[in-house]
Design a protein around this ligand. Structure first.
Ligand SMILES: [Zn+2]
Length: 138
């Protein structure tokens, strides 16, 4: 029996979900699939610079599970970049949540996300200073 996978929280759902190399007709194009939760993992870790532990917390999964999600996502992207394949972002185990709020510590530059409705954090979870500000997103 396969244990049902818990949905991962995804706080980002852009309208662009297909990427293809220029100049290759669709008919000849191979495609890799990047799941929505894999893309979220890459956003949190590779773009925002969060640790696997912090990013896992944002998505509601353990550090180990987060590690597996991002590894599989990076492999799909690498396959597309190296072998000239299209990337189709679709599927996965996830549910879209309200956009999380992102804070940055001015003392140690630590960046982290807080779920909506949890109030303003008092201090940086890393260095415990209260010198933090919210990063605005569009
Ligand atoms: Zn800090």
């Amino acid at each position: 029996m396969v244990r049902p996978q818990k949905d991962r929280r995804v706080a980002f759902n852009p309208t662009i979900s297909y990427f293809k190399p220029r100049g290759i007709p669709m008919m000849q194009l191979e495609e890799v699939r990047l799941t929505v939760d894999e893309r979220e993992a890459i956003r949190l870790s590779d773009l925002l610079g969060m640790s696997h532990e912090e990013a896992g917390r944002c998505m509601g999964v353990s550090r180990a599970t987060f590690g597996r999600i991002i590894q599989s996502g990076r492999r799909a992207i690498a396959d597309a970049l190296i072998n000239g394949k299209a990337i189709n972002v679709a599927g996965g185990n996830y549910r879209i949540v309200d956009q999380n709020r992102i804070f940055e510590c001015k003392s140690c530059s630590h960046t982290w996300e807080e779920e909506k409705g949890t109030g303003r954090p008092r201090r940086c979870p890393k260095c415990k200073q209260d010198n933090l500000h919210r990063i605005l997103q569009d």
